[in-house]
Design a protein around this ligand. Structure first.
Ligand code: SF4
Ligand code: SF4
Length: 398
């Protein structure tokens, strides 16, 4: 799409409804750092009314990409599409310069086998409980066995007969957080779903979308080939950002659902209540509610965790993770997280669990404790992990 060729900018009526939900406007009070301001910069630049200077790129790069403005906009301005296009344009024309580390990471995620190998030390560190980086969550990922291999084993052992479900295993999810993928496979199979993990799937392209780097269309095409021909009842993702990206890739032919909203339609197996004192605070990832437009995580799914739960304060507001935003703009990301996570210091419960549905948000929430924003102990979990029958499920008879 050529931004210049669209009339989407003119859809903006300058009503300002988007300002109150924009984390960077709330942070800075700067109109240029708001959705309306960015739209005006892009539109006036496209019309030749202002010079193509560094400020438009600066304010574009300040955007977290949370899409809260799309939800708030009564004129249905497709902000996310325009933002993505502008990011790519700024990188392609050398107005924006992603760091070598970001470029290397964007390249690495497109070669899943090599990326899995390169991330082996990180999986080992998580396994050993060594988490030297604030984003590195503790966990027990398999070192060598893949999610696809695990799903095949469990399918053979359990022989589920229900809905056929194709699972997006993701790049970082598979390389670093495959313990969450394994839990997802167990939960689906325990609920009688037949899990299919197409071997030729690849990264969804979110990394490239966020950074403006090239290569996104090749990834999308590979995923169209991997998922498009499948005869399944659902394609699901356990990462709201990846699910949103894959949904755009496969639209309109193959709907993609977040695994938690998919499970909400089933007569879900419930976990036994584990503790009367535990409390689960649920945060809703931006790309679940503003991207996929899901109303939230279904209440029956949260009830099935067996843990008393409540929505976190301002649950639909951005936590500041924004794909790689917390690496690119760490000060902004920390300021956004600071406001969002403050409630944890006073939250009731023992243990206190912060539950969400996106691994990038999980890393961001974990960093609140690791960097001193939250000073009391708390756990960060993907909600699917709270539904998990556990590794022993593989050994139990059908
Ligand atoms: S995507 Fe989020 S950060 Fe960017 S302009 Fe919209 S509300 Fe603001
Ligand atoms: S809410 Fe929509 S129409 Fe109103 S100022 Fe923001 S982008 Fe423009």
């Amino acid at each position: 799409m050529s931004v210049e060729a669209t009339d989407h900018y003119s859809n903006c009526t300058h009503c300002g409804f988007c300002l109150a939900v924009c984390p960077t406007y709330i942070l800075t009070g700067d109109e240029n750092n708001s959705p309306r301001g960015r739209l005006r910069l892009w539109s006036e630049e496209a019309a030749g009314k202002i010079p193509r200077d560094e400020w438009t790129d600066f304010y574009t790069s300040e955007c977290v990409g949370c899409l809260a403005c799309e939800t708030a906009c009564p004129a249905h301005v497709p902000y996310g599409e325009l933002f993505e296009h502008t990011r790519h344009d700024h990188v392609a024309t050398h107005r924006s310069h992603p760091s070598p580390a970001i470029r290397l990471a964007a390249h690495a995620v497109t070669h899943q086998s090599l990326f899995n190998l390169a991330m082996l030390p990180a999986r080992m560190m998580r396994n050993l409980g060594l988490t030297p980086h604030p984003f590195l969550l503790p966990g027990k990922p398999a070192l060598l066995k893949s999610t696809a291999g695990y799903a095949r084993e469990l399918m053979r052992a359990k022989k589920p007969t229900g809905p056929r479900v194709a699972l997006l295993t993701g790049c970082l999810m598979e390389a670093m957080f495959r313990d969450i993928n394994f839990a997802t496979v167990r939960v689906l199979i325990e609920n009688n779903c037949q899990v299919i993990t197409p071997e030729n799937q690849t990264c969804c392209g979110t990394f490239q979308e966020h950074t403006g780097l090239e290569g996104v269309e090749a990834l999308r095409e590979q995923n169209r080939r991997a998922f498009g021909p499948l005869d399944v009842d659902a394609i699901v993702s356990n990462s709201s950002g990846c699910g949103y990206s894959l949904a755009k890739t496969l639209a309109p032919n193959k709907p993609v659902r977040d695994v938690l909203t998919f499970l909400g339609d089933l007569d879900l197996k419930k976990r036994e209540p584990r503790s009367t004192t535990a409390r689960l605070y649920v945060d809703l990832p931006c790309h679940l509610v503003h991207g996929q437009k899901a109303p939230g995580i279904p209440a029956n799914v949260l009830d099935a965790t067996g843990i008393p739960w409540a929505l976190a304060p301002n649950a639909k507001d951005c936590c500041g993770s924004g794909g790689v935003y917390n690496l690119d703009k760490p000060e902004n990301a920390r300021a956004i997280l600071s406001a969002k996570s403050a409630f944890l210091n006073e939250a009731e419960g023992d243990p206190v669990i912060l539950g969400t549905a996106n691994h990038v948000c999980m890393m961001q929430w974990h960093s609140a404790g690791a960097t001193g924003l939250v000073t009391r102990p708390y756990e960060v979990k993907h909600v699917i992990q709270l539904l998990d029958p556990g590794e022993g499920f593989a050994l139990t008879p059908v």
